[in-house]
Design a protein around this ligand. Sequence first.
Ligand code: SF4
Ligand code: SF4
Length: 284
Amino acid sequence: MKIAIASGKGGTGKTTLSTNLASYLAESDNVVLVDLDVEEPNSGLFLKAELIFSEEKFKMIPEWIKDKCTLCGECQKNCNFHAIIQLGTMILVFPELCHSCYACSELCPTDALPMKEKKIGDLSHYKINNLDFIESRLVIGEEQAVPLIKQTIKYADLHFKGIKIYDSPPGTSCPVIEAVKDADFVILVTEPTPFGLNDLKLAVETVSELNINFGVVINRYGIGNNDVIEYCNNKEIPILAKIFDSRKIAELYSKGELLYNVIPEVRVELKKIKDYIFNAVKVV
Ligand code: SF4
Ligand code: SF4
């Protein structure tokens, strides 16, 4: 079972829910939590897990070999991403724009563009009891999150058969779609505020397009207004749980501690989420 936890914007409590839900489910099942927010992974701050494996991750980009090049211009024509251009007698490759599609390399008539590895990030695998935790972190300056997200999901798929929880990047752009597109269920985390509602609507549009089963968790319930609840009711979107706004939760969060073992109401809400999803997905 793959559960993706997403939100239309950052700072809604996505990581809090991911870490608490993963740890709660790991009390009775084998669970892997995968932090796919590769630009700013922070789930690890809440899990006192032991590092058991790490590796560098790469993407492939073409490297121009001047001596073999006839300046025929084919590579520039064949790149759909404007990642390679001919400038006078030079061929310039822009690694940040390259999607590693191999077109320029394969179609170069003189083999002047062999593909070479470029480091894009680091993957780390941690373990604590029944819970495996994987996080990937983009190297500074690398603009494309999607290749690293893909490789991180592949690592999780290769090594785990139990419940997978993906802590997705915030927003509704390509990295989020890559993180949620294969999920069996998506939890959208929001806040009961006008900003929360606006971003929730965008996130709902995205997962609806992908045709994935989803529900909403309202974090910091008690602040703001009832518009999120009315929106969900009107759209017949299930509200899986409400995590109350409380000073105690804020204090635990600021110390990097999990909530569900300290605040019984949070455990109750996590159980509601588990029951709903396990019933909806009908696995396990
Ligand atoms: S396709 Fe190959 S030979 Fe032609 S310009 Fe590009 S690198 Fe040079
Ligand atoms: S590998 Fe693909 S995206 Fe990258 S430069 Fe070549 S054609 Fe463009």
